[in-house]
Ligand binder design. Sequence first.
Ligand SMILES: [Zn+2]
Length: 399
Amino acid sequence: MTALTVEARDGAARTGTLSTAHGMVRTPAFMPVGTHATVKSLDPDEVRACGADILLCNAYHLALRPGVDLIERAGGLHSFMGWDGPILTDSGGFQLVSLRRVATVDEDGATFVSPYDGNRLRVTPEEAVSIQARLDSDIVMCLDQPVAWGSDSAAVAAASRRTHRWAERSAMVHPGDGRLLFGICQGGFEAEARVASARAIAALDFDGVAVGGLSVGEPLATMEAMTAASVAQLPPDRPRYFMGLGTDSELLAMVGLGIDMFDCVAPTRLARSGAAMTPDGRLSLRRAAYRDDLRPLVEGCRCPACARFSRAYLRHLFVAGEILAHRLLSLHNVTHVSALMAAARAAIRAGRLGTLRAEAEARLRNRPDGGDAVDDELAPPRAQRVGASRIPGTLGSRG
Ligand SMILES: [Zn+2]
């Protein structure tokens, strides 16, 4: 039995519902990232009110801190963090790329050195599944081995083969209990390797499959070609998850290729750098142009920031280093991406996803204030320079 019910299709795109032990997820769905069991600066009720059905947490980070034992004693992640909806946990595979200076990989698994206390964490594919089950995750991700953009094809092939061997081991220890276990296909940036990897993972009969190793710096056309090559090999009745993707254009493009689930740190990371996501592209409150601008961030947006506050006020909060700026921008950005998914779902039902995409692209091309360029007339407050990504790279988007 499959957890996904497809209710309507538009070309390769589809919309439906995904059933989990903690409720339903409307697809296509965007999962706000709560790496450390919190969507930064938002409480769970606020995240729900933004329109999110499901969150992503990172098992690797949570295993290091506060530790699986504590979360298990607290009754699992849902009760520990006060979120009663579905949770997908990432296994830590991505950290093999993003933290490669402190991670080593061998055939049996991966060893991480904790950035918090220097202790070593050893994770095998079997342990990755077991850790996520103990966290009470609804959707457990296999441990995989992604490769960085620019890796040579021999390295890509070796990592893909290892990912397949790890996937076989993961499938042997499916946790059951109503939990879903997702495989991850890799294959780098060559269509043939993508096809081979997707076939190998599809053959293992996972509850869903993620397309991994993309959105790491490659051009959009490459991302589309690699995703299409992967998706064509995946079982049509299983959910498909594109790991780590953030802009409206990219999200809609991947919805069009038949992807059902997304995640990205961009909404909250952008918020901390003073940027709002809008249908016209990124709006940076660093720009002097917004100092006297009494309009809301986005006319018609139903988020608390747009309902009550002006661009001028939000810019003032940001310039003054006020925490409320981060919270309000996070509420807005998470609402924006959730609303984009809702619009995509409605468009698929109406058979007009192509029109939605064309309209979105036209707005981005014709944006009134000159594009995504961030002008640097305003130096960010010192506290925000540390650890804040000025322009959210796609690398790291898996949280
Ligand atoms: Zn808003």
